[in-house]
Design a protein around this ligand. Structure first.
Ligand code: AR6
Length: 174
């Protein structure tokens, strides 16, 4: 099942919240800053351990930590691509960020997972194209497993929310 919300992702109870992180895993602005602020220092400590072990997280990949004080069991940190005129594999890297987050979720018995609109803030990925990729990747993944029961797209801005509303109606999974 796919759900759509206009809200702050740190307020929505789920098994796993996806973070739009950067390759350093050391936090930043946007949703990354909001997640670390609301979740507390435990999340950063675990990110640092992952960094020490494997040197951060590559674009399109994902890692998992606990969720500190957030209303979730886990945070899945993924790194979306920076939009750079669309000729640097941005579309497939964004799809990989969603796919690898979903894979980690299904490997960790996560039933419900929330996604922010990865790469559409500081990384400047065009919003409509990003939403098409996000929805298509999630729908494809859900046809391959029945382990994940609920995927929630959480939009903070009205523009993204309106784009998702339109595209999800066209795909009709709601
Ligand atoms: N809840 C839900 N969505 C949010 C929230 C929130 N609390 N805050 C922002 N958004 P961005 P990116 C939306 O910039 O483009 C960080 O510094 C926002 O409106 O957070 O992937 C990282 O460390 C936008 O639609 O992530 C990286 O360096 C979406 O989240 C870099 O930004 C993504 O915007 C990643 O850039």
């Amino acid at each position: 099942m796919i759900e759509l919300l206009l809200n702050d992702i740190t307020k929505i109870p789920v098994d796993a919240i996806v973070n739009a992180a950067n390759t350093s895993l050391l936090g930043g602005g946007g949703v990354d800053g909001a997640i670390h602020k609301a979740g507390g220092k435990e999340i950063l400590q675990e990110c640092q351990k992952i960094r020490n072990k494997q040197g951060g997280c590559k674009v399109g990949e994902a890692v998992i930590t606990s969720a500190g004080k957030l209303p979730a069991k886990f945070v899945i940190h993924t790194v979306g691509p920076v939009w750079n005129n669309g000729k640097h594999n941005e579309e497939s890297l964004l799809s990989s960020a969603y796919k690898n987050s979903l894979k980690l979720a299904s490997d960790n018995q996560i039933l419900s997972i929330s996604f922010p609109n990865i790469s559409t803030g500081i990384y400047k990925f065009p919003k409509e194209k990003a939403a098409e990729i996000a929805i298509q990747t999630v729908l494809n993944f859900l046809t391959t497993t029945d382990k994940i029961e609920k995927v929630i797209f959480v939009c903070l801005d009205k523009e993204n929310y309106n784009i998702y509303t339109k595209l999800l109606k066209q795909n009709n999974p709601l």
